[in-house]
Design a protein around this ligand. Structure first.
Ligand code: GUN
Length: 308
């Protein structure tokens, strides 16, 4: 099988989702509704800047409104809570997204618990987490929701199969495991304390790598034919590492020469792709799906709030 046959094309599936969202936006416009997302960005983390800009651009392209509220690194807890309260009370605002991570002096869970659950497009509020766990999902975290959409659209069978999720974050690992469970997979969650990680991940027929550790998953972790989903996104800035990760890969080297860095995932793509049945690339895999699902959740919030 050639490399391209194995590709799980997150970018192409994300484009389909965006087209469907654009059609929903057009339908809402006929009813006089233009969905609006307000993002809050505290501090100047470059990766967060990129994500928030990308979300705003995508929403604009799809005919929605978006506002970005930029606050300095030293913003006090009360000021951030006041902003969230204002957005909760503003009937023009359909979705609120607090970009994470927040600076260390802020209490993240107190902020997330303050977001109106009906506007919580990230699905991080305990009410939405509980609804997901109970099997009555309302707004579902964007990365795992996007991965499920991709697997469905790519025709990957989930029911009855063994799925292993590496990583137990509230943003990806935990909701991912719940969604796979609800789709009738047999699910195992691994993390930094898991003994003999490779022995567990080799059992996977579907493997989701979301540990936030670059190149954690190598060929020794993957059985022949496994569907591999790579959530990791790490900027690699030194040439030696790029050459080691992508030996003989002229496209990656050209990208490195052009930008001075390349993105790599939690999976050692070069060495895992020949074993995997299907695999998401980084970039162009999970990232675009997350952004598309922010747009989809903003439309869903706009509809749900108005009982449309
Ligand atoms: N930071 C990394 N991923 C996410 C996400 O899905 N939502 C928010 N708000 N921040 C993030």
């Amino acid at each position: 099988m050639s490399g391209d046959d194995r590709k799980l094309d997150g970018a192409a599936r994300a484009a389909e989702i965006r087209d469907e969202v654009a059609a929903q936006v057009a339908e809402l416009a006929r009813q006089g509704v233009v969905p609006r997302l307000d993002a809050i960005l505290v501090g100047d983390d470059p990766a967060s800047e990129v994500y928030v800009a990308s979300k705003a651009r995508t929403l604009a392209t799809l005919g929605m409104l978006s506002e970005t509220h930029r606050l300095p690194e030293n913003t006090p807890q009360a000021a951030l809570e006041d902003l969230v309260d204002r957005l909760n009370a503003d009937s023009d605002v359909d979705g609120i997204l607090v970009q994470l991570p927040l600076p260390g002096n802020l209490n993240t869970s107190a902020i997330l618990h303050g977001v109106d659950p009906a506007k919580d497009v990230d699905g991080f509020h305990p009410e939405n987490v509980g609804l997901l766990l109970n099997g009555h999902p309302r707004l579902v975290p964007c990365t795992p929701a996007g991965i499920m959409e991709m697997l469905r659209r790519e025709g990957v069978e989930i029911k009855g199969r063994r799925a292993v999720v590496v990583g137990r974050s509230d943003i990806v690992g935990k909701p991912m495991a719940v969604l796979l469970l609800h789709a009738h997979a047999t699910v195992t969650i691994c993390h930094s304390r898991t003994r003999d990680l490779a022995a567990v991940t080799r059992e996977a027929e579907i493997l989701v790598a979301a540990a936030g550790v670059r190149s954690l998953i190598g060929p020794e972790h993957v059985a022949e034919g496994t569907v591999v989903v790579d959530v990791g996104m790490h900027r690699v800035t030194d040439r030696e590492t790029v050459e080691r990760l992508y030996p003989g890969n002229e496209k990656k080297m050209a990208a490195f020469e052009k930008r001075g860095s390349v993105l790599a995932g939690d999976v050692d793509y070069t060495r895992v792709a020949p074993i995997a049945g299907k695999i998401t690339p980084v970039p162009g895999g999970v990232g675009p799906l997350t952004i598309a699902m922010v747009a989809a959740n903003t439309v869903a919030a706009a509809q749900q709030r108005r009982d449309l």
